[in-house]
Every structure is written in structure tokens, then in C-alpha cells.
Design a protein around this ligand. Structure first.
Ligand code: SF4
Length: 229
């Protein structure tokens, strides 16, 4: 299929409408507390959804996911419940440390941080140990209703292949997508691009023949750059 050359904003408009038609995403908020989402996000880093979700469910079943509860634990007490997410030594320590920090610095409640103006809220969240831009942006978008685009590894790959962005610089990719996607669509597009990356635009073998945005994508199978993303 011929690649349609539209300016990028127009192209993104088409991409949004194709992805909306192709995929259904759940719109309900399964977590509505910032600290809980923070812990779930820590467990989801560098692991697949199934394992991170199993770890999170196991942790929730055993302990109340509250800063004052988790801060009192030793990492050894957390480890058995989050083992299936992998990296459990590091993660269990991180959970205890971040729980103490949230308790001491914010009295156990991150809601006021999410209400700060975006740059300040982002800076504050990223000052917590182990919180990088992606985790901060997830909290800010999903619970703070901020117009910010969290970028994960699927999104990096997909938007590079489409040809909207070059490289894996987080801030640059975020800035480009926030310019191209209307603010009210950022959350939905975060989820839709991840879905596209997992189900069709897979790391090794993108299934371009069934891709809903095939005609809007620059991907060249011969490009070594793309295959490494
Ligand atoms: S699956 Fe193919 S056509 Fe679709 S976004 Fe990925 S590289 Fe482009």
C-alpha cells in the first residue's frame, strides 16, 4: 500500500481515527490512588503485564498498599509476593524506600503533588527515588489529568517506525507527540499505541499486512535502524 504523505499533524489525526476504530480500550480507572499506581508502575518496569499484574495482586492480597504499611516492612517480607515480576531484590528495596519517602515528605499522600502545575508536579515526583519520567508522566496523566504523554518502549518503537520521531530521547519524543496529539486524546493514544506495539507492531516481526495504519507509516523493513528499536 502506498504511504500517504500528509503533514505530521494531519497524519496523526488519521492514525488516531484508525486506531480508535481498530482497538477497544478500557476507560475505567482501575487504580484511583497515586501511591497505589506508583507501586503498580514500579512492578511493571521491565516486565510484561501478566507478571507485573500477578505480583501486584499478590502484594495487595497480603498487605495494604499504603505508605505507612509498606514503610514498616523489610524488603525480605515483600520479596516472596513480587517474585514473579522479576528483579525482586531491587524492587522490594525500592518499594520500602519510596514508601518511607512518601510518608516523610508528603505525609503519605501524593494527591497535592498531582495538583501542582505540571512542571513542578513532574519535578517533585521525579525527585522520589526510582521515579523516572515515564512513571511520573503515568501518574500525572492518569490521576492528575495533566496533558502529558507517557512514553514506553512500545511507543518509542511504533512512533519511530511510523516516522514521526527519530531516536529514543524521552523528552524529545514526548514533546513531539504532545504537539501532534490533542491534549484530550493523550491518555487514549498512550494506551492505543501500546496496544498496537504489543499486538501488531511487535519488536521483531511487525505484522504490517494487518496493521490499521499501514498506509500512514514510513517503516522500511530493510532499515537496520528500525529493526534495532
Ligand atoms: S505494524 Fe508495520 S505498518 Fe504498522 S506501525 Fe508497525 S511498522 Fe508501521
Amino acid at each position: 500500500m502506498d504511504v500517504i504523505r500528509l503533514d505530521d499533524k494531519e497524519r496523526m489525526g488519521e492514525i488516531i481515527s484508525c486506531l480508535e476504530k481498530k482497538f477497544t480500550i478500557q476507560r475505567h480507572r482501575w487504580v484511583n490512588d497515586a501511591f497505589t499506581l506508583l507501586i503498580a508502575t514500579i512492578l511493571s518496569q521491565n516486565t510484561n503485564d501478566r507478571n507485573s499484574s500477578r505480583a501486584f495482586q499478590a502484594l495487595m492480597k497480603r498487605f495494604e498498599v499504603k505508605p505507612k504499611v509498606l514503610a514498616e516492612l523489610k524488603p525480605e517480607e515483600i520479596k516472596p509476593f513480587i517474585k514473579c515480576a522479576g528483579l525482586y531484590e531491587v524492587r522490594s528495596r525500592r518499594i520500602v524506600v519510596i514508601s518511607k519517602e512518601v510518608l516523610q515528605r508528603f505525609n503519605g499522600n501524593l494527591d497535592d503533588v498531582l495538583k501542582l502545575p505540571l512542571p513542578e508536579a513532574r519535578r517533585t515526583l521525579m525527585s522520589l527515588g526510582g521515579v523516572g519520567p515515564k512513571t511520573a508522566d503515568i501518574l500525572l496523566n492518569f490521576l492528575g489529568d495533566k496533558a502529558v504523554m507517557p512514553i514506553d518502549t512500545n511507543i518509542f518503537r511504533v512512533v519511530n517506525r511510523i516516522g514521526l520521531v527519530k531516536g529514543r530521547n524521552y523528552e524529545r519524543t514526548r514533546a513531539v507527540l504532545e504537539k501532534l496529539i490533542p491534549p484530550e486524546k493523550l491518555r487514549e493514544m498512550h494506551l492505543l499505541l501500546i496496544k498496537l506495539g504489543r499486538e501488531i507492531c511487535r519488536p521483531r516481526k511487525p505484522v504490517c499486512t494487518i496493521c490499521p495504519i499501514n498506509g500512514l507509516c514510513d517503516f522500511d523493513r530493510g532499515e537496520e535502524f528500525n529493526s534495532r528499536l
